[in-house]
Design a protein around this ligand. Structure first.
Ligand code: CO
Length: 304
């Protein structure tokens, strides 16, 4: 498992920044993964539709994108309806689970688990990327769901059980104390550690008052607008689409192209390789850069 809580910027497009996202690290990451894995599963539990990632892989069966999000009432970004299922080779490989305000742990976790069990059965991914946007938590400043950090983390622990290489990223999250709670707890879930409910003293302790706990009791929650009938109809349609996939698509693997980014620091052929156990500040590295103009013979005006 890998974690990048600073990543998960799922709205950025190939040539357009969007929704606080400038570079779509998820797409770049999945493109790298496709050199080694024939099928990658992308899951998105941010409250917003994972439109940038869906768009990047809308036409291919090598990546299945599954997004659970609030849809309707002009909620950003406005895409992710049930009928967006992919096109061409990617038909049925984009899965959208549009939800309404106030969905809480029970309904969300049940829908997540049944959908993802089905996805794992039909798609059999070789690697999974899970975008854990924390704006789907209750009391988020931009969100309108009613998930607790435990309901949210249940998605992580459920996907972990499949024992497939798993990358977790962050994403949205606009009530910062809850973002910290959520991702700390999910880091603990990855490590099979149970965190105590009382927070340890830290530099930001005062943000977490008045209870200073991992799971504060905060009310009210937004009322759940998802009826049982609505959730059942969504599940039924998603399952029907997934049943249209006959089996996991195979791909002829070629020799993997070189990694797109190989920083000089990692070049083992250097005469003087950088000591990987030391940290060099940008400032120190910059000092080693010499301008060509500094080497005039007998020039007294130069800086020496
Ligand atoms: Co979001």
């Amino acid at each position: 498992m890998c974690i990048n809580w600073a990543g998960g910027l799922h709205h950025a497009k190939k040539s357009e920044a969007s929704g606080f996202c400038y570079v779509n690290d998820l797409v770049l990451c999945i493109l790298e993964m496709l050199k080694y894995f024939s099928r990658v599963l992308y899951i998105d539990i941010d409250i917003h539709h994972g439109d940038g990632v869906e768009e990047a892989f809308y036409l291919t069966d090598r990546v299945m994108t599954v997004s659970f999000h609030k849809y309707g009432d002009n909620f950003f970004p406005g895409t992710g309806e049930l009928t967006s299922i992919g096109e061409n080779n990617g038909k049925y490989y984009s899965v959208n689970v549009p939800l309404k305000d106030g969905i809480a742990d029970d309904d969300f976790v049940r829908l997540f688990q049944s959908t993802m069990s089905k996805v794992m059965e039909v798609y059999r991914p070789e690697a999974i990327v899970l975008q854990c946007g924390a704006d789907s938590l209750a009391h988020d400043r931009l969100g309108c769901f009613s998930l607790s950090i435990d309901g949210h983390a249940e998605c992580v622990s459920f996907m972990k059980k499949f024992n497939v290489p798993l990358l977790l990223t962050g994403g949205g999250g606009y009530t910062k104390e809850n973002v910290a709670r959520c991702w700390s707890n999910e880091t603990a879930v990855c490590l099979d550690v149970k965190l105590p409910n009382s927070l340890p003293r830290n530099d930001y302790y005062e943000y977490f008052g008045p209870d200073y706990s991992l799971r504060p009791n905060k009310f009210p929650f937004i009322e759940n607008a998802n009826s049982k009938a609505y959730l059942n109809s969504v599940r039924q349609q998603v399952f029907e689409n997934l049943n249209s996939i006959i089996h996991a698509p195979s791909v002829q693997m070629h020799e993997a192209p070189p990694d797109s980014l190989i920083p000089d620091d990692f070049d083992s052929n250097q005469d003087d390789p950088i000591n990987m156990d030391l940290r060099y500040s940008v400032r120190d590295k910059d000092k080693e850069i010499k301008h060509e103009g500094e080497f005039y013979e007998n020039d007294k005006d130069q800086d020496r």
